[in-house]
Design a protein around this ligand. Structure first.
Ligand SMILES: Cc1cc2nc3c(=O)[nH]c(=O)nc-3n(C[C@H](O)[C@H](O)[C@H](O)COP(=O)(O)OP(=O)(O)OC[C@H]3O[C@@H](n4cnc5c(N)ncnc54)[C@H](O)[C@@H]3O)c2cc1C
Length: 356
């Protein structure tokens, strides 16, 4: 552009605070989110940069955009969100008009649809962080009472997680393939192609996990709570290497972002920074009961269970074979016993830690 005499300005709008700008008092990058978040909150947040007037833009018209086929890609089969800045702005406006005020309570319930659905836009830059943040500040000014204000803040906290993981990746690029937190000995992940394939297909016999994996296949997206459960199931119930799951998510997610995807996987696998402790293993049954009590989310993605009462859906892994056959003959039996695998997974981590 300089060579062609085209005037241009550059602004950071992917993250507010580039990796390295927020450090501990000793000058190190943060590895614990809570402290990072405190500093992130206190920092000045630059306002969005006004769009240039159309007459000030250089004429860059040229060849039409090549088609996917011309680039060697097949058309996606997943049902994707509308792309582009206009669609992103609509999602942001919708969210800030309502759901942002109940985000704190509703964000963990996948059937509520109470999250912003902006992850692919933030990833591809079809919306900038400054604009998103400014809208949430407008919402904060309109919030009615502490609950609504806390809710808006909880949303801003997620935006900070994104920047936290960006700096983890920046300073530790090896995390893409290696554990962030090394154990004393290698973790003895199992290898089991059949279980891995059942997980990918959403046929583990654990309804909430299967619903998530099928949402991923159908929409190239999965709700955050269910991402956590699906990732925990792969690493703790199937005891398979997080890299297998990460590779699958990377291939499938419309919002795949190396830093967040890797951060999410290593969190669930208890190998990451500020991760889930190794002995804390999500119980997919109680998580399903708690976060999808009426099985609304589950039955949206697992049609075989649509005629099954919610309490039977949640109890599925514990039903006897005859009852399962009668209720939903096409839905699989559980491929593992959660209680047994939980014990085995904890032992696997204890061996890696070198505990007696
Ligand atoms: C195993 C696993 C894999 C994940 N992979 C990705 C990924 O590839 N890309 C991605 O953007 N997020 C990823 N996440 C984080 C989170 O699940 C998604 O950001 C969120 O579900 C996107 O939906 P939303 O835009 O409606 O989120 P909202 O709840 O509306 O959150 C707003 C924004 O904050 C950011 N955000 C929210 N949660 C997190 C988080 N835990 N870590 C980092 N940033 C967050 C995202 O940019 C998101 O768009 C992953 C989480 C897990 C557990």
């Amino acid at each position: 552009l300089d060579d062609d005499g085209v005037a241009h300005d550059q602004h950071h709008d992917a993250v507010f605070h580039a990796p390295g700008e927020i450090r501990t008092n000793a000058g190190d990058p943060y590895s614990v989110f809570t402290y990072f978040w405190k500093k992130w909150q206190d920092r000045e947040k630059p306002a969005p940069v006004p769009e240039p007037a159309p007459e000030d833009l250089a004429d860059v018209s040229g060849e039409p955009l090549p088609s996917l086929a011309a680039l060697g890609f097949e058309a996606p089969t997943a049902d994707l969100p509308d792309a582009g800045t206009e669609a992103a702005r609509e999602r942001l406006e919708d969210f800030c008009a309502g759901d942002v005020f109940r985000y704190e309570d509703a964000r963990d319930y996948p059937a509520e649809g109470a999250t912003s659905r902006l992850s692919q836009d933030l990833k591809y830059g079809t919306i900038g962080i400054r604009e998103v943040y400014e809208r949430t500040e407008d919402a904060m000014a309109r919030a009615d009472g502490d609950d609504e204000r806390d809710s808006v803040e909880e949303y801003q906290r997620q935006l900070a997680w994104r920047e936290f993981y960006a700096q983890v990746l920046y300073f530790n690029p090896e995390v893409v393939t290696e554990n962030y937190n090394e154990y004393e000995h290698p973790i003895e992940w199992r290898e089991d192609d059949a279980e891995l394939a059942a997980w990918k297909r959403g046929e583990t016999g654990y309804p909430i996990v299967d619903a998530g994996m099928r949402q991923l296949r159908e929409e190239a997206y999965m709700h955050n709570r269910v991402r956590m459960l699906a990732a925990s199931f792969l690493t703790k119930d199937l005891m398979l290497d997080w890299r297998e799951g990460y590779a699958h998510f990377r291939e499938r997610l419309v919002d795949h972002e190396t830093a967040n995807d890797n951060g999410g996987w290593q969190w669930a696998a208890s190998t990451g920074t500020d991760a889930q402790p190794y002995f804390r293993v999500f119980n997919p049954t109680t998580q399903g009961e708690r976060y999808d009590a009426d099985a609304e989310y589950i039955t949206e993605y697992v049609p075989e269970l649509r005629d099954v009462p919610a309490e039977k859906i949640h109890a599925w892994p514990d039903l006897d074979a005859a009852e399962r056959e009668e209720l939903a003959p096409d839905y699989p039996a559980p491929i593992v016993d959660h209680g047994e695998r939980r014990e085995e997974a904890i032992e696997m981590f204890e061996r890696a830690r070198g505990d007696d």
